[in-house]
Design a protein around this ligand. Structure first.
Ligand SMILES: *Cc1c(COP(=O)(O)O)cnc(C)c1O
Length: 411
């Protein structure tokens, strides 16, 4: 049999992928696509095939690939100064902290690089505050977290994960965390005692499958933490910065936490930028020498971060997320009920829960073959998080392609 053009391409892809993986650690299982270029909501692979990006770097690309204002900010800063270390001041640092304080309605900002580092920073803040201000006995501080949480990959953080895959073989883990059922305010309140310094939650759980808590949950967490003199720390690394149709997911319930933990889209998909934001009296538990990072708050990161905040302050992206999110939700609700068990949508963020037996990974492979990139989370959930710059037609294309990919999978 003469191989068709498609067979030939597939074979080339297979060997090219083998080369790609040969010297790389195998800590991911990517879809077999090799991206060479991207613009807006679209990426192009090494063969020139175009795909609609419906993952947006797990929400790190909320403004799309190569947003002109973000690229311009990065290019301008590349020519000025990119790194000073924190041993010296630089002229982007103060303005970045001021801009992010304004966006978060806080007084003080501590920039880091990755999300996990920002979470670690929040944990350190809470513990020090607990000992110095709340008067918790030395080394006894506890932090309450939710089951099915995802806060990053450091040893401290995976130590309080409930995902065996994330933990297995990485112990021993440090003490000081209490896991309660997500979305249950009573359980959370019951877990608080005199050692509790903070509650650390994702207002909407991303990796768990876009799990939106019951109405009023965030307000309850705010009330409970205030009453018990416990810090409310919101990990908005994935849920924040426009994804949910508001600047922060906490805004959905008009809740203002004690600490915002931010990352992903804060760097505009250009450079890793993370930060925590808090009131001045909380942030002041950090003193010279007690915390830091060589690259945290570097000039390039601050310049891009300022441009990101500038985009968010127009309100345009939050509005797009709301309007197009409603369209996405309506579309997804039309998916065949015998294959889709539940659709959870908030802004331009959706978890499509398939019926048991349909693997989300297989659906994503069919999506890819049809020109849309998305990623499974958990076994039966397809996560959709297109850049907030997608058009109505692209949202419709996404829904239609997903319907076709589900049909391909069950066929
Ligand atoms: C991605 C993510 C993190 C970790 O961020 P990294 O930059 O990968 O370290 C933490 N919390 C949440 C909610 C996330 O989605």
């Amino acid at each position: 049999m003469t191989p068709t053009h498609t067979d030939q391409t597939d074979r080339t892809d297979a060997s090219a992928l083998e080369v790609l993986e040969r010297h790389a650690a195998h800590n991911y299982h990517p879809l077999p696509v090799v991206i060479a270029e991207a613009e807006g909501a679209w990426v192009t692979d090494v063969h020139g095939r175009r795909y609609l990006d419906a993952l947006a770097g797990y929400s790190a690309l909320n403004f799309g690939h190569g947003h002109p204002e973000l690229i311009a900010a990065a290019e301008a800063q590349l020519r000025r100064v990119t790194l000073t270390s924190r041993a010296f001041h630089h002229d982007q640092f103060g303005p970045f902290c001021a801009d992010l304080a304004r966006l978060t309605r806080m007084d003080a900002v501590l920039p880091m690089n990755t999300g996990a580092e920002a979470v670690e920073t929040a944990i350190k803040l809470a513990r020090r505050w607990g000992y110095q201000v709340k008067g918790v006995a030395p080394d006894q501080a506890t932090i309450i977290v939710a089951d099915d949480n995802f806060h990053g990959r450091t040893t401290t953080i995976v130590g309080f994960s409930t995902d065996e895959e994330a933990r297995a073989g990485f112990g021993p883990f440090g003490p000081g965390f209490r896991v309660v059922p997500a979305g249950e305010a009573h359980a959370l309140e019951a877990a608080i005692d005199e050692t509790t310094v903070a509650v650390l939650i994702e207002p909407i759980q991303g990796e768990a499958g876009i799990i939106v808590p019951p109405d009023g949950y965030l307000r309850e967490v705010r009330r409970i933490t205030r009453e018990h003199d416990v810090l409310f720390m919101a990990d908005e690394i994935q849920s924040g910065l426009g994804r949910t149709g508001t600047t922060f997911a906490c805004d959905l319930e008009d809740v203002h936490p004690d600490v915002f933990v931010l990352g992903k889209a804060l760097g505009g998909g250009v450079i890793p930028v993370s930060a925590i934001a808090a009131r001045r009296e909380l942030m002041d538990v950090f003193t010279p020498g007690s915390h830091g990072s060589t690259f945290g708050g570097n000039p390039l990161a601050c310049a891009v971060g300022r441009a990101v905040i500038g985009l968010l302050e127009t309100g345009e992206f939050q509005a797009r997320s709301r309007e197009l999110g409603a369209r996405l939700d309506a579309g997804l609700r039309g998916l065949p009920g015998d294959h889709v068990r539940e659709v959870r949508t908030i802004g331009l963020w959706a978890g499509v829960e398939l019926v048991p037996g349909i693997r989300a990974r297989t659906v994503c492979e069919h999506l890819m073959a049809r020109g849309v990139l998305a990623k499974d989370t958990q076994t039966t959930t397809v996560r959709l998080a297109p850049p907030l710059v997608v058009t109505e037609a692209e949202v419709d294309l996404l829904v239609a392609t997903l319907a076709a990919a589900i049909e391909d999978t069950v066929a």
